[in-house]
Design a protein around this ligand. Structure first.
Ligand code: AHM
Ligand code: MG
Length: 335
């Protein structure tokens, strides 16, 4: 049984056998994500010093080029995941195409692919607002020992074996699921260890927070406009409160704890929505469902969507079950 204050390392070992494909490799994979997240966290926390130590594009005192943090995070996660013999391929929001690992080694048995958004919401860094990392893990579908191919990445969200996020906020937290509930771990920066702080996280079935970029209101479909008006109506339970950080991981994290709905609908400007199915929506949908929440594109369950390309975008509505179902009702009735 998981205990509060258990370290993430202890938790991974203790829960390894409850994972249906248990072979220890997935545990090693989560471990490497935990490690890379610590390194990225360190760098994100220094972001405010950028004017003092040099901005992206400058050369630092050691003669190294300063990098943009999203580029840095991308490199750190890829390096860390590549070094261990677990992953056969990586797709990243920061890369045009997927990366094949160990393609020269015919004996490699690496069976997992990782899809990652290394630093989501990075436009918030300059203003000291929380950002996040999102990851999604699948078993490859092509034969072991061969180079990965696009089918290994274009799997439905329902095939995910694990997914999680790191939120670099007032404290840094790693939240993940392997399909057996959702657990959250808070980093103690003094010691460098993550501790189980939020065991068995659950979305409240109802909530009173709605999160959407209302600057796009005029471009939204009628169903979404009407749902937003519904959120604002006074009926005793409503109006709901509007909270929008513009950083998916942080908005999702708050809504999971307090109860709420996050929406990035399609609009005339973004006819397919903005968020990426593989790097953002599927992993958040897996976490939401494991936490008793719901995720939809307005009509279909996100994790049932058959992906057709790596960087595909979808409308995204996610959060407390009853709130998402209400929004879907408005979309169904009004388009
Ligand atoms: P990014 O992957 O380019 O960082 O974009 C994703 C982010 C989400 O974190 C956030 O919810 C959304 O974009 C905000 O978009 P907008 O500024 O259009 O409201
Ligand atoms: Mg992103």
């Amino acid at each position: 049984m998981s205990k509060r204050n258990q370290t993430l390392g202890e938790f991974i070992i203790e829960n390894q056998t409850s994972f249906k494909y248990s072979s220890g490799e997935l545990s090693k994979l989560i471990n490497s994500i935990r490690l890379a997240a610590k390194v990225v966290n360190h760098e994100v926390n220094k972001a405010g010093l950028v004017d003092i130590i040099g901005a992206a594009g400058d050369t630092n005192i050691q003669g190294e080029d300063q990098q943009k943090l999203d580029v840095y995070a991308n490199e750190k996660f890829i390096q860390t995941l590549t070094k261990r013999n677990i992953v056969c391929g990586i797709a990243s929001e920061e890369e045009d195409d997927f990366i094949t690992i160990n393609s020269q080694d015919e004996n490699h048995q690496n069976k997992y692919v990782v899809l990652i958004d290394p630093l989501d919401g990075s436009s918030n860094i300059d203003v000291n607002v929380s950002v996040g990392t999102i990851f999604s893990i699948y078993r490859r579908v092509t034969p072991l020992g061969t180079p990965v191919s696009i089918e290994d990445f274009l799997q439905k969200g329902s095939a995910q074996v694990a997914a999680g996020y790191v939120v670099y906020g007032t404290s840094t937290m790693l939240v993940y699921t392997t399909g057996d509930g959702v657990n959250g771990f808070t980093l103690n920066p003094a010691i460098g260890s993550y501790y189980l702080s939020h065991p068995n996280m659950q979305f409240p079935e109802d909530g009173n927070i709605y999160s959407v970029n209302e600057g796009n209101y005029l471009d939204f479909p009628v169903g979404i406009k009407k749902y937003i008006k519904y959120c604002q109506e006074d009926d005793g339970e409503r109006p709901y409160t509007s909270r929008y950080i513009g950083s998916l991981v942080s908005d999702f994290h708050r809504n999971m704890i307090k109860g709420g709905i996050y929406m990035y609908p399609k609009s005339t400007k973004n006819p397919k929505g903005k968020l990426r199915l593989l790097y953002e929506c599927n992993p958040m949908a897996f976490i939401a469902e494991q936490a008793n929440g719901k995720a939809s594109d307005g009509v279909n369950r996100i994790m049932d969507i058959e992906p057709t390309e790596l960087h595909e975008r979808v409308p995204f509505i996610c959060g407390s079950k009853n709130m998402v179902e209400k929004a879907e009702e408005f979309v169904r009735n009004n388009g």
